[in-house]
Design a protein around this ligand. Sequence first.
Ligand SMILES: Cc1cc2nc3c(=O)[nH]c(=O)nc-3n(C[C@H](O)[C@H](O)[C@H](O)COP(=O)(O)OP(=O)(O)OC[C@H]3O[C@@H](n4cnc5c(N)ncnc54)[C@H](O)[C@@H]3O)c2cc1C
Length: 379
Amino acid sequence: MPPVVETEEHTALRAAVAALGKRHGRNHAPDELWSETAKLGFLGVNLPEEHGGGGGGISELSIVLEELGAAGCPLLMMIVSPAICGTVIARFGTDTQKQEWLPGLADGSRLMAFGITEPDAGSNSHRLTTTARRDGNGTDWLLTGRKVFISGVDKADATLVVGRTEDARTGRLKPCLFIVPREAAGFEHRRIDMELHTTEYQFELTLDDVRLPADALVGDEDAGLLQLFAGLNPERVMTAAFAIGMGRYALSRAVEYARERTVWKEPIGAHQAIAHPLAQAHIDLELARLMMQKAAALYDAGDDTAAGEAANMAKYAAGEACVKAVDQAVHTLGGNGLTSEFGLASLITASRVARIAPVSREMILNYVSHQTLGLPKSY
Ligand SMILES: Cc1cc2nc3c(=O)[nH]c(=O)nc-3n(C[C@H](O)[C@H](O)[C@H](O)COP(=O)(O)OP(=O)(O)OC[C@H]3O[C@@H](n4cnc5c(N)ncnc54)[C@H](O)[C@@H]3O)c2cc1C
């Protein structure tokens, strides 16, 4: 037997999720798909068994998202709820937080959003200003700040908010994670109009002295950065899965069309000007998936540092492969590429999300330039 990249279990998981995706397809009802994905144990596949999860890792969860995407029905909130929030709570939460949140995140009955991006910080997370201070009573926290582009806040029971607390000794602000319930007083969300045809919306958040109990802080106040990265690496791997799934979906629609559509003697897929870019798109998606598998395997093996580099590269490769695959798919369909009937044109905007979020193409190139290649920094 030649060495395999995926285990038999992974191949079986792929097949099972692909069958689920096929049943729902592009015109799916998102809430129904979410519940069925949860009921079949796919949503919490990465969460610990003792808290209702499947006991797997990001390798398995990324397979689920990729296959749903390849069927035309990706679940964006999988990147956030089980992958970021579930992972952070499972790794660093208190026993009470684990018991309170993990079973619900795994069975889909509860949803958690994740908020790090701020209007005046953007890609520069060192400029985050959402700040938590202790109330006079010494136990409660008061959290104040603003966030933008936070997905799914309207449906989420709570948002895991990245804030900062002041180090009593040095006065320096350290990143910390807080669970903020949707109905908390002083916590407002306003929908941002996006040109995206999705059922998950983005929101601007304002937090005005939101009073939170001591146990709203996830994990250790002094290990904030480490905990944050424990969530951000899965986010990058999952965004890669999202992008690869979308790219595969677009490519499959284009290939189907190119095999049939005939305007000369042969189907248009016989023309190399049509066939070769589709073949290139397929190769790019496969390569991106290999990198994603590497990143997920490193993460699941507990190597956070190596996983960080691989997850960045995987997200970059997948985002670029997705944008190119969608562009070529739309072009392959000629005028039909822009009709609502074929439904591919809206993916042009959707595919750009993977190039920008959660960390942009340029910031990954910066990371690789500085961290991997040791080149000097310009900013
Ligand atoms: C659909 C969608 C969903 C999202 N969901 C969430 C969510 O749930 N939670 C959350 O916290 N955030 C979310 N985001 C926000 C996302 O993570 C940010 O948009 C992203 O981090 C980029 O930040 P920005 O938009 O402020 O861009 P900016 O930081 O303003 O960057 C703008 C441009 O400048 C470039 N740039 C910036 N700095 C440099 C540099 N040093 N060198 C070279 N180029 C540079 C960037 O690459 C980019 O092209 C979402 C965004 C979208 C579009």
